[in-house]
Design a protein around this ligand. Sequence first.
Ligand code: AMP
Length: 218
Amino acid sequence: MNLILLGPPGAGKGTQAKFLQDSDGPVQLSTGDMLRAAVASGSEIGRIAKSIIEAGELVPDDVMVSMIEQRIDEPDCAGGFILDGFPRTTAQAEALDEMLARKARRLDAVIEMAVDDAVLVERIAGRFSCASCGAGYHHRFQPTAAEGVCDRCGGTEFKQRPDDNADTVKTRLAAYHARTEPLLPYYRERGILETVDGMAAIDEVAAQIRTVVAALRV
Ligand code: AMP
């Protein structure tokens, strides 16, 4: 099954993509995670992307399209993938359609996670992750079970993304509305857009997504 999770920064795409990956098997492909790994490794793509990410702008389409194509061609994606953070522009969506057609593959559904702008800034500002294993948390909505200790690995060092600050979030939200939101009618016209209430509690959103995915299987 090949899915897209579509929604603004802070909608919970990464959290839900991980749940789906753990329960259903399709592989989470987060272009944000791939870019952050590229920045950390000091690769050429990382050097191009670093200042763009920190400014909250979008990395050029050709860079993103070739990055995702290489990843989709890897063997672990043969059984299905969940795109998290891609496509973000109409040019990326068109390139994805063309790429999948060439590979005789297709999208089963695009799941929109609808969230009001007003709550996104609070959601993003509260995010942090374990510096050792990368497990993601939120001060209010998804705290660690024991304060200051990672549930997954027991690590005690945490970090916050440099682009998760109020100023950059505004630019990221503007980029979403101007460049990514037009993908909603793009996929609606193709009859594959499903919408879940991204304002609901994490478990409730996961249940809504599971319902969408189960319906695709019958
Ligand atoms: P994310 O982790 O999805 O919020 O992405 C973090 C940042 O990476 C974004 O604000 C962009 O600067 C960049 N980025 C991630 N995915 C894309 C994409 N598909 N197109 C352009 N830029 C992207």
